[in-house]
Design a binder for this molecule. Structure first.
Ligand code: KG4
Ligand code: ZN
Length: 342
């Protein structure tokens, strides 16, 4: 890499869902500043993300966060110091994406620096690249979040092959819905994960969905319904719900399903470098299972970079910039932008 490129400062901006995040990255890996404003408390009373509400919060949060990130990164003259503005342009909620893309366009125009629209899923893949310099293509990345459950083959950076995904609910969505049925707060994943630690994973026999199928495909809707039906049955019998055991048994079924398909993807492609990303990649059982897998080179992003953040967007943007990609001021967000159709 050329010396000048190594020192490029990228401003990364992320607002595809309910987190507003801004980061300043030097080259491909050095994090100069990283800020996140979570809207979780605003959405908790609704048990999920309200799109219009999320967009308004992004609008309030972006400029103060950007100013603070630049200050922390020691950027006093962005026109001269910032080399690239990278922003999530999809997939995600249209209103939320629009706020980020419009803000990024305005900054790119005002500072006269290049603009790059980044695919959110490519960002998740780069959450691993930032923390693991030794991770090089080809490798597999399983993206598991509240909106996604996909296994991607990274042939080279910029060339992604979709190997399989979910037919219905995403893994994180199943966590959130099971948690809701148990009366636990949103988002359910971290709470279920914590409670599962003191439960018996064999207490309930929740089957790992599509475990026996020869295809790389997931389905979490049936598992979620079977867990919720069981909870309702116990309630109707007037008994106390063994919450920890339900959490542990559900988590075992999800982990089993994810690992089974990841093994299948590794066998089918012959690729043994395996990474995960997305909110569910913070899950204790999933991380343990991966680390225990024999014959794989496993890469796990730090827990704070599993969930949405702007470092991953800046890193993916910087890599694309080095490949020669650019966006124009006519950049339009695409709420259903598929990475492999880029
Ligand atoms: O990547 P993310 O922040 O947002 C999306 O793009 O969806 O992922 C959020 C999802 C939520 O469904 C949340 O319940 C789940 O990730 N999650 C977890 C854990 N931490 C977050 N699921 C299982 N175990 C966790 N430790
Ligand atoms: Zn995400």
């Amino acid at each position: 890499m050329k010396r000048a490129e190594e020192t490029v400062l990228t401003l990364g901006m992320e607002s595809s869902c309910d987190d507003t995040a801004v980061a300043v990255l030097r080259g491909g890996r050095i994090v100069e500043a990283e800020l996140l404003s979570s809207q979780l408390d605003d959405h908790i009373p609704f048990g999920g993300v309200i799109p219009e509400f999320a967009a308004r919060r992004h609008l309030e949060a972006f400029l103060p966060l950007t100013e603070e990130a630049l200050r922390r990164a020691g950027v006093s003259d962005p026109r001269r110091q910032i080399g690239l503005v990278a922003v999530t342009a999809g997939p995600g909620l249209m209103g939320s994406l629009l706020v980020g893309v419009m803000a990024a366009k305005a900054l790119s125009l005002a500072w006269n620096v290049p603009l790059l629209g980044v695919n959110h899923l490519e960002g998740h893949i780069f959450a691993n690249v930032v923390s693991s310099p030794e991770l090089v293509p080809p490798f597999l990345c399983m993206i598991v979040s509240g909106g996604h459950t996909e296994i991607v083959l990274v042939k080279k950076f910029g060339t992604y092959v979709f190997l399989g995904g979910t037919r219905d609910d995403a893994a994180g969505e199943a966590y959130d819905k099971v948690a809701k049925a148990l009366g636990l707060p949103y988002p359910g994943g971290p709470v279920v994960d914590r409670l599962a630690a003191s439960g018996n994973p064999d207490a309930f026999d929740f089957p790992a969905p599509l475990k026996g199928s020869p295809e790389i495909v997931f389905s979490f809707s049936g598992l979620k319904t079977s867990v919720i039906t069981r909870i309702k049955k116990i309630r109707s019998e007037g008994a106390a719900i063994p919450i920890e055991d339900v959490c542990a048994s559900f988590q075992k079924a999800v982990t089993d399903a994810l690992m089974t398909k990841l093994r299948l993807a590794s066998r089918q492609t012959g690729v043994r470098s395996v990474s995960i990303s997305g909110g569910v990649a913070a899950n204790t059982a999933l991380r343990e299972s991966l680390l225990n897998e024999k014959g794989w080179n496993v890469f796990l992003p730090p827990r704070n970079r599993c969930t949405d953040n702007a470092v991953m967007i800046a890193a993916a943007g910087f890599a694309a910039f080095r490949r020669g990609e650019r966006s124009g001021l006519d950049l339009v967000p695409d709420p259903s932008w598929e990475l492999w159709k880029k």
